[in-house]
Design a protein around this ligand. Structure first.
Ligand code: ARG
Length: 652
């Protein structure tokens, strides 16, 4: 069945047409104030001008509203149509009509929400972790907001293609190889802890701005690197023998990776020339050199094959570690959705060439750039100077071409944090100008930062980034404590299942319930609170209804008509029937918090109903009607939580 908004929209359009012989958007929406009605049409204000122009006669919005109203035929749908203020047309819905609509909704698995009439192919680009790193809280938002968006669009009947655009190419690549190399060499020297130890020291010297210490450390890294290289210039003892051990061991690789990153950050690294990979290079650019070597391909470099193997191993290990977290989080991503940067490697030269031919890209200080924001403004760099390789933007341009021309995407959604807004603006504008986007809608659904209670980016007490795994484990532990206090009688297994649903649900919901565009403060106490706009509150409301049915014994949820007699029942029913409109809103704006607010309001309305309207103690007819209403509320709650990717146990 269509949403109430869309039914009213059609009826109002018809009335406008027959009153003024013109087509206009009636601007239908839920009423601002329930005192005047349930829905309102706001078009009279703007319509008055057009009508006056067209007829050459003076009129005012109130008059226009009266004329529309006189042509409006809502049949048994409305119990009252009134005009308020300058010309708002208010509609109050008829309880009997609502009740039959509710019965229709209840009779369908989809709760009366029709699939979209215009299904699209939609690519959703989300999560996007970088290889050789574990997922951290920064990836949480993209992953769970993306997951909710995927679920909602899929529910609407779109053809959704999930893409995990992992960072497995470019600079990351060179850093990973170099990190493995450091580890192997350290092992060969009988000092396997060297990279971890040195990374810490370099980082702290950088942090404390201790130039003397920094210089010492960098000198030492440079000296070792040169020695190591000279001892094995042909790569015969190169890291192949050590590979087996390291590629699956992110725990060990991580510190070495940090060492590479830390060295690059130290300003001194520019000055220390090391004899590395057949070319003397400043230490800071060694990983870049490795990258460009590898981007040129195996043929150009005899060492490449073992490096490519190393990279593949690290990549696989990273994906495995991510997948474990996706599974714990209960998001839909699988290995099959991985479509990372390296997949576009072959297409990068053509991106640059084609943009040059189109006259969009120009050489600039040896590099290739697109001056997409006009001359004098920072351009979009697509190839590094000296043929040192391509960039993040080049890959994203190739990805757009692929998604639009091969996957036939009509909408491409990027869930990436707001700091990349400029990148996406430039990439989208370039793709459009090049004619690569066709009519596809390219959307950067950006989000802010997750903050700790101190208002600073969420960190551990010692100031490190929080690993996602640790955050999720802590959530489950905390929830287990709460569940054990509440449900001492349950088996351990049952408690653990509830703790998983509640803990993970709480973390996801505390994120999804905030408008994604702003930063938000994460607080354990608030996320896990049993009251307020939280997952546990909604899960509890759902479980409570299910417990009513357990108490009611043999009484099955009646599929019968719900009689909407008390104002609280009516308020609840009207809210239930807004579900489809909210799903549309979420799909349009890509903001799951609208659905969270809807569910919270639903649970609140249910709770006032349940406190004031006896269910099991009522006479038979009322009891059956109210049980049917309870059942509907539980089903809408469950469906809403499903769309958010949040579990809803029957018992809590
Ligand atoms: N790997 C990137 C990062 O960590 C996110 C990728 C987002 N998607 C994209 N198509 N650029 O910042």
């Amino acid at each position: 069945m269509p949403t109430i908004s869309s039914i009213l929209d059609a009826k109002f359009r018809q009335a406008i047409r027959s009153a003024f012989d013109m087509d206009a958007d009636p601007l239908v929406g839920p009423a601002q104030n329930e005192k005047f009605g349930d829905y309102q049409a706001n078009a009279a204000m703007s319509l008055a001008k057009t009508v006056a122009e067209k007829s050459g006669q003076k009129t005012n919005p109130r008059q226009v509203a009266e004329q529309v109203k006189s042509k409006l035929d809502l049949g048994d749908m409305a119990s009252e149509i009134s005009i308020a203020g300058p010309g708002f047309i208010n509609v109050r819905l008829n309880p009997a009509w609502l009740s039959s609509l509710l019965a229709q909704a209840g009779a369908s698995e989809r709760l009366g929400v029709e699939p979209t009439a215009t299904p699209q192919t939609v690519v959703v680009d989300y999560s996007g972790p970088n290889i050789a790193k574990e997922l951290h809280v920064g990836h949480l938002r993209s992953t769970i907001i993306g997951d909710a968006v995927v679920r909602v669009l899929d529910f609407q009947g779109h053809r959704v293609i999930k893409q995990n655009h992992i960072g497995d190419w470019g600079t990351q690549f060179g850093r990973v190889i170099l990190a493995i190399w450091h580890l192997c060499m350290a092992e060969r020297r009988g000092d396997p802890e060297y990279p971890a130890r040195t990374a810490k020291e370099v980082l702290s010297a950088v942090k404390q701005n201790d130039a003397v210490r920094r210089k010492q450390l960098i000198e030492e890294v440079a000296r070792r690197q040169e020695e190591d290289y000279k001892s094995d210039p042909e790569g015969t003892q190169y890291f192949e023998p050590f590979l087996e051990r390291y590629h699956a061991d992110l725990e060990r690789l991580l510190p070495a990776y940090q060492l590479v990153g830390a060295v690059e950050e130290a300003p001194e690294a520019q000055q220390y020339i090391v004899y590395e990979r057949r070319a003397p290079r400043p230490l800071a650019s060694v990983s870049k050199l490795v990258t460009s070597d590898l981007q040129k391909g195996v043929a150009a470099n005899p060492l490449s094959q073992q490096e490519v193997n190393a990279w593949a191993g690290v990549r696989a290990a990273t994906l495995e570690s991510c997948q474990r977290i996706y599974d714990q989080l209960g998001v839909l991503l699988t290995r099959a959705d991985e479509y990372g940067e390296s997949r576009y490697n072959q297409m990068l030269p053509a991106v640059v060439d084609d943009l040059k031919h189109l006259g969009l890209a120009t050489e600039s200080e040896g590099a290739v750039a697109v001056f997409i924001d006009g001359p004098g403004k920072p351009p979009l760099l697509i190839e590094k100077a000296g043929g040192e390789g391509y960039l993040y933007a080049t890959t994203d341009l190739a990805a757009i071409r692929y998604r639009v021309s091969v996957l036939h995407a009509q909408r491409v959604i990027y869930l990436v944090d707001a700091r990349q807004a400029n990148h996406f603006n430039q990439v989208f504008a370039t793709a459009r100008k090049a004619g690569w986007a066709d009519d596809a809608l390219l959307e950067h659904a950006s989000f802010g930062t997750m903050l700790g209670e101190d208002g600073k980016p969420f960190k551990t007490r010692s100031g490190d980034t929080v690993k996602l795994k640790d955050l999720l484990d802590e959530a489950e532990e905390r929830a287990l404590k709460l569940a054990s206090e509440k449900n001492a009688q349950l088996s351990d297994q049952a408690k653990r299942a509830i703790a998983h649903a509640v803990g993970i649900g709480a973390v996801k919901y505390s994120d999804l319930s905030k408008d994604r565009t702003s930063d938000y403060v994460f607080s354990w106490d608030r996320a896990l609170a049993m009251d307020g706009n939280t997952a546990p509150y909604l899960q509890y409301a759902h479980a409570r209804i299910r417990s009513i049915f357990r108490k009611a014994g043999d009484v099955q949820a009646s599929s019968g008509q719900v009689r909407l007699e008390s104002p609280l029942e009516l308020a609840l029913a009207k809210h239930l029937l807004r579900f489809g409109e909210v799903v549309e809103l979420v799909a349009r704006e890509l903001k799951p918090h609208h659905l969270c607010n809807y569910l919270y309001e639903l649970a609140t309305r249910f709770s006032s109903f349940y406190e004031n309207c006896p269910v099991l103690q009522s006479d038979e007819g009322t009891r059956a009607s109210r049980l049917a209403l309870c059942d509907l509320v539980a089903r809408f709650l469950a469906k809403g939580l499903d769309l958010l990717g949040i579990e809803h146990p029957d018992q809590m």
